[in-house]
Structure formats: structure tokens, C-alpha cells
Design a binder for this molecule. Structure first.
Ligand SMILES: C[S@@+](CC[C@H](N)C(=O)[O-])C[C@H]1O[C@@H](n2cnc3c(N)ncnc32)[C@H](O)[C@@H]1O
Length: 241
């Protein structure tokens, strides 16, 4: 049976829960300290609690709505022909992958993931259910793999995308390997769009060392903040000559 609605889960659910629960706990403690006559500590806890609650609200906005709007705009700007081959690194439940699939009715999109962590309920089954719900399953391929060692030939894809996935690799060498692998599988003239909330300048440097052209890093704005400006997301854009 075809699922009626896609469900893209929650990025880093433990972080969102921590912000929300921490905020509620600090507000409750603030109420207690006011009640027992410690107003200065109460004000400090009140401010801290409000900051955490606002952070949770911003995080929830990003994961449920903001990143969808930002990626819609990014993909619109790419002006697809409709027959491209697209790779999404760390596709999770398929948010970017399936939006790209809608742009390539005669093409093919490949989602690669280890389906391990950093998004609620991420699995091949969840991504397939979303592909069916979005009506694009006919042009989707899902691969279990590690972005540090891509199981694809050189120059396979017209576009490589990735959203909030590369930072999950714990070491700088591993992240550099993932970025250089993304470049390796791009066709000449192929484009890369990699969104992440850390290490953007490092990724850009790796791409320049690989020989990429038009390498740009730009801020994606408050709609892609994970909890506040300290969790802002940047886009790294590049093209293979
Ligand atoms: C925060 S989720 C983002 C998922 C999706 N891109 C999105 O924006 O909805 C990060 C994803 O990266 C995947 N991931 C982490 N390390 C990976 C690796 N080395 N290779 C492939 N996927 C990886 C995780 O399993 C997870 O699905």
C-alpha cells in the first residue's frame, strides 16, 4: 500500500530533546527560586531557560520546515534539464534526495547512507516509504555505504548533494576523504551542493585542492539554524571543470 504522507524525521533528536527539556527544567527552577526569595538567581535561570526554549523552537523550525524551504530554493536555482543523475550523500529519510527526484523525471537519483545515526528512524525502509509517498520511487536507488569510500565509478553524477551529513565523520581526514570522493564521482561540468553546520571552509579548501571551480561558501540564514546562530548552516557550492 502506498503511504499517504512522507515523514522526514528529526535531525539529531537528542539535541532537540536536550534543549527543550533543559529549558523547561531551568524555567521550573527559576519559579522555585523566585518562590523561596532568591530573585537574582531566578532571573539568571529564567533567562537561561528562555534561551534554551528559543533554541529548541529554532531547531524544530529548521528540521521540520526551514531546511525544506532552503533546499527547495537551492534546487530551483540549479535549473535541471530533467535527465540528470544525482547523488545524495547521507540521504537519511530522503529529504533532499526526493526533492531532487521530482526535478529529474527522466533521470535517476541515488541516496547513499549508513543509516546509523543523527536522524530519527532513518533506514532504507523509511526512505523507500517516502519515495513512494512522494510518487518518485521509479527513479530512486538507495545504497548502503560510507561516503568516505563511494562505490561508484569516476564521473558518474551530474549533481552531488549532501545535507548535514559530512560533519558526522569524526576526523578531519575522513571528512576530507568524503569531500574528495564527492568530487571524484562528479562528471565534468557536474555540480556540488553540500550543506553543513561545521567545517565549511575546510570542505571548500579540499575542493580547491581537488581542482574544483567556482567554489563558494555562503550562509543559509536563520531558517537553517540548529538551535541558534552558533548552529548556523553554510552551503559549499562547486563545479567540476
Ligand atoms: C542529520 S542526518 C541528515 C539526513 C538528510 N540528509 C536530511 O537532511 O534529512 C545525517 C545522515 O548522515 C548519515 N551518515 C553519517 N555518517 C555517514 C557516512 N560516513 N556515510 C554515509 N552516511 C552517513 C546518517 O546515517 C544520517 O542519515
Amino acid at each position: 500500500m502506498v503511504d499517504l504522507r512522507a515523514n522526514y524525521g528529526v535531525d539529531a533528536p537528542a539535541v532537540l530533546a536536550g534543549l527543550a527539556l533543559g529549558g523547561v527544567a531551568e524555567l521550573a527552577l527559576a519559579a522555585v527560586t523566585f518562590a523561596i526569595g532568591w530573585p537574582i538567581l531566578g532571573v539568571v535561570l529564567l533567562i537561561g531557560g528562555l534561551i534554551l526554549i528559543i533554541g529548541a523552537a529554532l531547531f524544530a523550525h529548521t528540521t521540520f520546515r526551514g531546511k525544506f524551504r532552503i533546499w527547495d530554493a537551492e534546487l530551483d536555482r540549479l535549473a535541471f534539464k530533467g535527465d540528470e543523475r544525482v547523488l545524495d550523500l547521507g540521504c537519511g529519510r530522503g529529504l533532499v534526495l526526493l526533492r531532487a527526484a521530482a526535478k529529474v523525471p527522466k533521470g535517476k537519483v541515488t541516496g547513499l547512507d549508513l543509516w546509523t545515526r543523527d536522524q530519527s528512524g532513518n533506514s532504507q525502509d523509511a526512505a523507500w516509504a517516502n519515495a513512494r509517498a512522494e510518487g518518485v520511487a521509479d527513479r530512486v536507488e538507495l545504497v548502503t555505504g560510507d561516503m568516505r569510500s563511494l562505490p561508484f565509478e569516476d564521473a558518474t553524477f551530474d549533481l552531488v548533494v549532501s545535507s548535514l551529513a559530512v560533519h558526522n565523520i569524526p576526523d578531519a581526514d575522513g571528512r576530507a576523504k568524503a569531500v574528495s570522493e564527492a568530487f571524484r564521482v562528479l562528471k565534468p561540468g557536474g555540480r556540488l551542493r553540500l550543506a553543513d553546520f561545521r567545517n565549511a571552509r575546510d570542505y571548500a579548501e579540499v575542493l580547491r585542492e581537488c581542482g574544483a571551480e567556482d567554489v563558494r561558501v555562503y550562509d543559509l540564514g536563520w531558517r537553517f539554524w540548529y538551535g541558534g546562530p552558533q548552529g548556523r548552516t553554510s552551503m559549499i557550492a562547486a563545479r567540476r571543470p
